[in-house]
Ligand binder design. Structure first.
Ligand SMILES: Nc1ncnc2c1ncn2[C@@H]1O[C@H](COP(=O)(O)OP(=O)(O)OP(=O)(O)O)[C@@H](O)[C@H]1O
Length: 304
């Protein structure tokens, strides 16, 4: 169990992580989601004492990572797959770590097998694609058979087969009782595998819910309506106790079904320009939760 207590990191005048309190539990795959620059990597680095918190604490089964004699048996990590010595082969890379950490060398072969790198084990890392480096990063994280694994954007660079393989692996690791924490800035990568989703934006906790709760929320649909006389439409909707919000050239309406809105428009002799039921996808819900919370927004996205 990994417990974050009011975890905070300030860099100069930038608060990268802002009072995060939450728990990552054994047997659960947790998706740590957030837009670029929201503080995911900094949070993960604080868990494994690579970055010192400005305030707050991280406790792993009651102790700090750096206070364990063999911390890698508590938490295995994949933080930056590019930080590998490119002149080593995959097998050499894992063997050196295994020897330094007093891990049985059989684990090296097992991990190469599990991560599909067996055929490439004697190739130098400089010839590895990003996807292969990610696989090696996962092998490294699992080498010590840790109780928890924390992986920063592990789906980056993986092809479709690689993504499927990794999702299956995460499920299996959770079934073995490990706490699995996976960061991503894309809901689509996480939704098929996570049991729970933690969403952060500008370092703050925005949502913490099970995938079931998230799915239920995404089903909180609304009706979009446009009419020739919006004022009259608004008045009629309000009289029916509908919850309305201005959107584009019409309204988002909750509490009233499309057919009731259609009937209301007929009674009021309004001409409807558009009437449709909308069910936000998980991706849209994620965008709604994090909207305005991204530090870096591309020009294209900003203008949408
Ligand atoms: N060493 C550092 N010095 C100064 N600022 C930093 C440092 N590391 C991170 N930051 C800033 O802290 C904020 C959070 O960064 P972080 O890398 O944790 O976000 P992230 O959610 O992992 O982003 P991404 O999805 O882009 O990897 C950003 O504004 C970043 O610029």
């Amino acid at each position: 169990m990994i417990k974050l207590e009011n975890l905070t990191k300030v860099y100069g005048d930038k608060t990268a992580v802002d009072g995060l309190s939450l728990t990552f539990k054994p047997g659960v795959v947790t998706g740590l989601l957030g837009p670029n620059g929201s503080g995911k990597s900094t949070t993960m680095k604080m868990i494994i004492s690579l970055v010192n918190p400005t305030a707050g604490d991280v406790l792993i089964n009651g102790n700090k990572y750096k206070d364990y004699q063999e911390p890698f048996k508590q938490v295995g990590t994949l933080i930056d797959p590019s930080a590998l010595d490119k002149n080593f082969t995959a097998k050499q890379h894992l063997s050196i770590i295994a020897e330094a950490a007093n891990i049985n060398s059989d684990r090296v072969d097992d991990m190469l097998q599990i991560t599909g790198l067996d055929n490439a084990k004697d190739n130098k890392l400089k010839s590895f694609s990003l996807g292969m480096k990610q696989r090696l990063g996962v092998a490294t994280a699992l080498l010590s058979n840790p109780a928890a694994i924390i992986l920063d954007e592990p789906f980056n660079g993986l092809d479709v087969d690689g993504i499927k393989w990794l999702r299956k692996l995460f499920k299996e690791l959770a079934e073995e009782g490990k706490a699995v924490v996976v960061s991503s800035h894309l809901m689509s990568e996480i939704q098929a595998v996570a049991d729970r989703v933690v969403i952060i934006g500008q370092g703050k906790l925005l949502a913490d819910m099970t995938m079931e709760e998230m799915n239920e929320k995404s089903l909180s649909s609304y009706v979009y309506v446009e009419a020739d006389n919006l004022e009259k439409m608004k008045k009629a909707l309000e009289e029916k106790q509908a919850v309305i919000k201005r959107k584009d050239a019409g309204f988002e309406v909750r509490n009233l079904e499309a057919k009731e809105i259609g009937r209301l428009a007929l009674e009021q002799q309004l001409t409807l320009h558009e009437l449709k039921s909308v069910k936000p996808s998980l991706e849209e819900l994620f965008t709604e939760i994090t909207s305005g919370k991204a530090d870096y927004v591309s020009q294209g996205a900003e203008n949408k």
